[in-house]
Design a protein around this ligand. Structure first.
Ligand code: KPL
Length: 299
């Protein structure tokens, strides 16, 4: 399946690299990464070791492919969608953190938009080299739930390349569960500068569990059935599976980049406000991260 990966940072390079084993892939990425991939190929190290030769470009305009996989940061989804709208795709798949990305894509693109989650650990070590730091899976499906032939076709293409893939008919619930996991792990690890496993014990555990529990409560108020226990179990499972990893928000803070706080804990606070609910832990961590972003000149 001819695929464009828009936003080939850590996760995008890993997914694009694995897809390139069986499919025609174009990476849209930063200049230094593009140059190295063109000269020396894309090297995947760690679990899924391989070197592949996808096409690579810095210019995402006027591209045509069967599938566009979106892996940009949530804050960059609008500009990614506007750029992609100059090209032509049969389907678009969001593999991003946070909520609201699919709506942003649907509003600006004609192609059907699928929702997805990816739990592979990925770190872009240097231009042209991405490490797979943990095997995971990709779950994808229609963004409103249910099934579609398109989702099946994309799922088959991913599986054929060796990505562990599930086509799901309950994406709204899965996106909320991922949000609850990220709402617990990401801000706590970023603010405390600790690896994901630190949220399994001590004061970090109380804070992460509270943020996750609040997220599950807001999900239920949005008619998505997810108990607090289920959400906390999911958060603890991910923290244990990725114990030594650096969360994406901690990576952003360390690199002095704007984080995805608005689409994660900020989203929970917004939905809670609309529904007349309290989300004090999410509110607090959102304020702290936004304060850091402001102090760093990022917002
Ligand atoms: O998705 C993640 C992230 O870092 O954004 C988790 C699940 C926390 C894994 O690191």
């Amino acid at each position: 399946m001819e695929t464009v990966v828009f936003g080939a940072g850590s996760l995008g390079s890993l997914i694009g690299g694995i897809l390139a084993r069986s499919h025609d892939v174009t990476l849209v990425a930063r200049e230094d990464h593009v140059r190295t991939v063109r000269e020396s190929g894309l090297r995947v190290t760690g679990e899924l070791e391989t070197t592949v030769w996808p096409s690579a470009t810095t210019d995402g305009r006027d591209l045509e492919a069967e599938l566009a996989v979106i892996t940009v940061k949530a804050a960059d989804t609008t500009s990614a969608a506007e750029t992609l709208a100059t090209g032509s795709f049969d389907a678009v798949l969001s593999l991003q953190n946070g909520m609201g990305n699919e709506e942003t894509l649907v509003d600006r693109l004609e192609a059907p938009v699928l929702a997805g989650t990816a739990t592979y650990g990925a770190v872009l070590r240097e231009s042209g080299v991405v490490a797979c730091t943990g095997l995971g899976d990709v779950v994808l499906g229609p963004r409103d739930g249910g099934s579609s032939e398109l989702a099946e076709r994309v799922g088959e293409a991913f599986a054929a390349a060796g990505l562990e893939t599930t086509v799901a008919d309950d994406m709204p619930r899965r996106l909320w569960e991922k949000l609850a996991v990220n709402a617990g792990i990401n801000p706590v690890t970023a603010l405390s500068d600790v690896a994901n496993g630190a949220v399994l014990e001590g004061p970090a555990s109380d804070l992460a569990s509270a943020a996750t529990r609040e997220t599950a409560r807001v999900a239920r108020a949005c008619d998505v059935s997810i108990s607090s226990r289920e959400a906390i179990t999911a958060m603890e499972r991910v923290a244990a599976d990725t114990a030594a990893n650096t969360s994406s928000m901690r990576q952003d803070v360390r690199a002095g980049r704007r984080t995805e706080i608005d689409a994660i804990n900020g989203y929970v606070v917004e939905r809670a406000n609309e529904l007349g609910l309290e989300a004090p832990t999410n509110r607090t961590v959102t304020s702290l991260i936004r304060t850091w972003e402001r102090g760093s000149g990022l917002r």
